[in-house]
Write a new protein. Structure first.
Length: 266
């Protein structure tokens, strides 16, 4: 597939007719020396990976899977912002291709899901390239393009065409918008050596994060599940929560990894 809209926004872009995992493919290429902002994409991913070891399953030809290689030269303790930056870039791309009167209907759920009308349309996964000569990580994104309602993975999912996007060149238009936004946001973070506050990245992500101010259920890596209020995203990209307490107020803590569910009803 030719990608004339997307190609100018990548150092190199390869579209594969089918791929088990674009992240795995690009990790292998990164270890072999692929340059910064190389992209591997497909519309048929057969063994995609999601967060927390989940699989990413989608009907052939109806989703975009795209992985981008980043080689940051700022401190590794700021790398936690990169999946958040990618989520923001995808939210802006989705907003661009949808005919929505209210752009605020497209939001980010911490740490890196994109929602339309509170339904998931995209998920992202960042993975460090093992054994690379230079520091590198791959950010993978899955975007539901034209999945009909009967084939959606969950009742809380949606796709671009279900939300009114026109199908002609949809994959290329969506990918081009995502790569353009990701490149711009990454450049801002890079210019300030990973300082999310000085670069404005922390503010930008927080403004579009639907998780903040919500009651949430958080499953921590230890498998402990807590109920809390999401307060803010801190300077390191962690979600600051206030746990439920006996007297109505609980302890505050910063969560760097976990599965977050927005609580609608109790």
């Amino acid at each position: 597939m030719l990608l004339p809209l997307s190609a100018p926004h990548a150092t190199r872009i390869d579209f594969l007719p089918e791929c088990p995992s674009t992240n795995s493919e690009l990790i292998d290429r990164a270890a072999a020396g692929a340059p910064h902002f190389s992209v591997v994409a497909t519309d048929t991913q057969t063994a995609g990976r999601g967060r927390l070891g989940r699989t990413w399953v989608a009907p052939p030809g109806r989703t975009l899977a795209a992985s981008v290689l980043l080689r940051p030269d700022f401190p590794a303790d700021a790398w936690g912002w990169l999946p958040l930056v990618a989520g923001l870039a995808m939210a802006r791309a989705v907003r661009e291709v949808l005919p929505l009167e209210d752009g605020g209907l497209v939001t980010v759920k911490w740490p890196n899901d994109v929602l339309v009308r509170d339904k998931k349309i995209s998920g992202l996964l960042a993975e460090i390239v093992p054994g690379a000569d230079a520091a590198a990580l791959v950010v993978g994104a899955g975007l539901n393009l034209s999945i009909p309602s009967a084939e959606l993975p969950t009742d809380s999912s949606t796709s671009l065409t279900l939300e009114g996007a026109a199908e002609p060149e949809l994959l290329d238009r969506a990918l081009a918008a995502y790569l353009r936004e990701l490149g711009s946001l990454y450049a801002a973070l890079q210019a300030y050596r990973g300082d999310a506050e000085a670069s404005g990245i922390r503010r930008a992500v927080s403004e579009e994060c639907a998780t903040l101010g919500r009651r949430v259920r958080v499953t921590l890596p230890s498998d402990e599940t807590v109920m809390a209020i999401a307060l803010e995203i801190d300077a390191e990209g962690r979600l600051v929560i206030e746990r439920d307490g006996v007297d109505g107020r609980g302890a505050r803590e910063a969560v760097s990894a976990g599965d977050v569910t927005h609580v609608r009803y109790e």
